[in-house]
Structure formats: C-alpha cells, structure tokens
Design a protein around this ligand. Structure first.
Ligand code: NAP
Length: 363
C-alpha cells in the first residue's frame, strides 16, 4: 500500500475559538499536518503557547506549542501550504483571504466576508459539496490555476440545513420553515458576550444572524447557474424561511426549534420523517472522508433530547442531532436540532470540505 501524501496546512486566525479547534482536530488527522499559524500583529512573532488563550479540554498539541505565530501575510512559508484554513475574525478576513487566494492557495473560510460572492461556494459538507463545481469559474474570474476560496456556513445555518436537505431529498420541495435558535456563547468567539450580560439571562438578538440564516439556507439548498457559472443571489428563492436568534448561557452547541411545511399533500408522518433523517447519507461519507461523521443525523427517541451538554460531543461534534420529531399544529412537522457550533458549525466543516476537494483532485 502506498503512503498517502501529507498535506501542509496553514491556519489563519489560529489563536481564536475556531482556530484552536482546527489545531485540535488536525493533531489527529491522518494526512493533514499543521505547517504555519497566523494571527493578528498582536500575536505574530511570539510562540503559540505564549499568546493563545487555550480553551480546549485537551492540551495544546506539542508540535504546535513552540511554533512562532506569523502575520497573515503571504510569505514563502505560507506558499508551501497545500491548504489554508481561515478562522479569522470578520474584520480583515475578506482582504486577507483574497490575498491568499491570489497567491494560488486554496482557502477554506469560516468568515462571512465571501459567503455572498456569486462565484464563491457556500458549502456545508454534509449537504452541498456538489457546489464545488463552480471553482473553475471562480478561478477563471481571478485568472488563477490553483487558488480559490470556499466558505462554510454560519454555525446556526449549518445545523438546520442538514435535516432540511434530508427531508427535501426524501419528500420533495419544502414550502415554509420557521426556526428559533438558542445559541451558545462560544459562537461569538473569545471572550464573546460579557458574563454580566449572559449569566442568568437570554439575549434575544444576535447581530445580522437572522438574515444570514435566511439567505444562506437558500444559497446552500439552491442550485448553481447553467455551465457551473456561480450563483444567482437575486433570484427569488422558492423557500420561505423565518429565523429568530437568541444567545443563551450554554458554552458550546446551538439548539434550534424548527417547524417545516412541505409542498406535497399529504405531508409525511413523524415516523416517515425520522426514518428519512436516519437514512440520510452524504457524499462526504461515500468518498470516505476521514472527518465525516459515521451517522450524518442522529435521531433521538428520548422525550428530552438532544441537549447541548449531553449530545454536542457525539462523533466529535461532526454530525447533527435531531429529536422531538412530531406533528405541528400550524406547519406539518416540528423538531429540535442540536449541532456543535465550533465543530460541524465551523472547523470540522472546513476540514471535511478540504477532504472532499482533495478526494476530487482539486488540492
Ligand atoms: N465561534 C463559532 O462558533 C463560529 C462558528 C462559525 C463561524 N465563525 C466565524 O469564524 C471566524 C472566527 O471566529 P472565532 O469565534 O474563532 O473568533 P475569535 O475567537 O475572535 O478569533 C479571531 C482570530 O482572528 C485573529 N485576528 C483578529 N484580527 C486580525 C487581523 N487584523 N489580522 C489577522 N488576524 C486577526 C485573532 O488573532 P489574535 O489572537 O492575535 O487577536 C484570532 O486568531 C469569524 O469570522 C466567525 O464569524 C465562528
């Protein structure tokens, strides 16, 4: 058996909440190795261990602890990377990621900046990896051969699109979706929401989150333009979706209450919905991506599950948990989704997206 080629990985925003998760996951990865770490000018020039406020339950991996953090500026070391992951805060992420793409590097981003670009795929790896087909169009637009940007979705969008995709596949087009989120504090990065504001409290507002959930869901579940020429973001989506987003005093794991109606009449029963969710398989699984969950959607029968503290680390947070599937008095079906916002909601998504691109020969 021939040994698999090891991919050199660079991490932009390596000191942050998402960046730390990248480092933790890559320490166990079968063929990706952390090669360079980037953060702001405040951290650059210092050893990683001296500047990171490490918040993971495992120690900083030895091979990373003594690495000197670089500025997020393309240099010879960055150019040696096969893949660049970005956990950059949204402020400068757009320009920095574009400069790495211009240096012919494949960039997999968690930031919002390029998500709405009509030639940039917005990919939840358990849902729409087929959208990677627009990469040649993006490269042609920027006159590039190898460089590109792929974004993954907002953490709360990611949780819902996985079961929605499974339901659409099994029962045909969805009509209306109403979702109410209870989102963890870590979703706001570190230090995030002040303890004074979130302890003993619920904050019924997360800036621009509701709009993101609404348009991102349409882009992810929608198609690409003929000839794989990107996305028409002005076309009216056939899917009607309304989101209400709340911050709650949970450290990790976004819980979302979803009500759905289907175009088809009669709609599926709760038992049929549960079966379709359990049977849902995605391309990341069939391609054998090492970070893909064994079970994309875990369906709970217990009346009081899923719960963030009990279910967020199942399968290392790479899958999505669904429970309380039942009839809805206004829509057709309602259920609860729990997904790990820093795993499948962020770093794990980027890593599986890169594994899929690698399996398809794009990196
Ligand atoms: N947290 C989540 O659950 C989650 C989920 C999905 C997507 N996202 C998105 O992922 C991104 C990262 O989120 P996060 O929660 O990890 O944020 P975070 O904890 O605030 O970390 C931000 C990172 O960006 C670096 N940075 C800040 N300004 C910079 C600059 N001007 N140049 C270079 N590096 C800079 C920081 O470095 P220093 O340490 O040196 O300041 C740090 O490494 C955001 O765009 C966020 O919206 C987050």
């Amino acid at each position: 058996m021939t040994a698999q080629r090891q991919l050199k990985v660079g991490i932009l925003g390596a000191t942050g909440t998402v960046g730390q998760r990248f480092i933790k996951l890559l320490a166990q990865h079968p063929y990706m190795r952390t090669h360079v770490l980037g953060a702001s000018a405040r951290s650059a020039g210092h050893k990683y261990i001296d500047v990171v406020k490490w918040k993971q339950v495992t120690r900083v991996p030895q091979e990373v602890a003594q690495m000197v953090v670089e500025e997020c500026v393309v240099n010879e070391r960055w150019k040696q990377c096969d893949v660049v992951f970005s956990g950059l805060a949204e402020g400068d992420a757009g320009e920095i990621e574009a400069s790495f793409r211009a240096a012919e590097l494949p960039v997999f981003s968690n930031a919002k900046n390029h998500r709405r670009d009509p030639s940039t795929p917005l990919i939840v790896p358990l849902v729409n990896p087929s959208h990677l087909s627009v990469i040649p169009h993006q490269q042609a637009q920027h006159n590039l051969k190898k460089g590109f940007i792929v974004t993954n979705a907002n953490c709360s969008t990611t949780g819902i699109v996985v079961p929605l995709k499974a339901l659409e596949g099994a029962f045909g087009p969805l009509d209306c979706i109403v979702v109410t989120t209870m989102q963890a504090i870590s979703g706001a990065g570190y230090p995030g929401v002040a303890s004074f504001d979130i302890f003993d409290n619920v904050v019924p507002y997360i800036g621009s989150e509701e709009e993101k959930m609404e348009w991102e869901t349409s882009k992810i579940l929608g198609g690409v333009l003929p000839g794989e020429k990107g996305f028409d973001l002005h076309a009216e989506s056939p899917l009607k979706i309304s989101a209400a987003c709340n911050r709650v005093p949970v450290l990790e794991g976004h819980t979302e209450c979803v009500s759905v109606s289907f175009k088809r009449r009669p709609p599926p029963s709760p038992e049929q919905v549960k079966q379709a969710l359990r049977e849902f398989m995605c391309e990341a699984q069939s391609l054998g991506c090492p970070s893909a969950p064994k079970q994309a959607i875990v369906v709970h029968e217990e009346v009081d599950r899923p719960q963030p503290r009990l279910d967020r680390d199942d399968q290392d947070g790479a899958g999505v948990n669904v429970g309380r599937v039942r009839n809805c008095g206004v829509f057709d079906i309602k259920f609860v989704v729990l997904s790990n916002n820093v795993a499948i909601g962020a770093a794990t998504s980027s890593i599986i997206n890169a594994e899929i691109a690698h399996a398809k020969g794009m990196i």
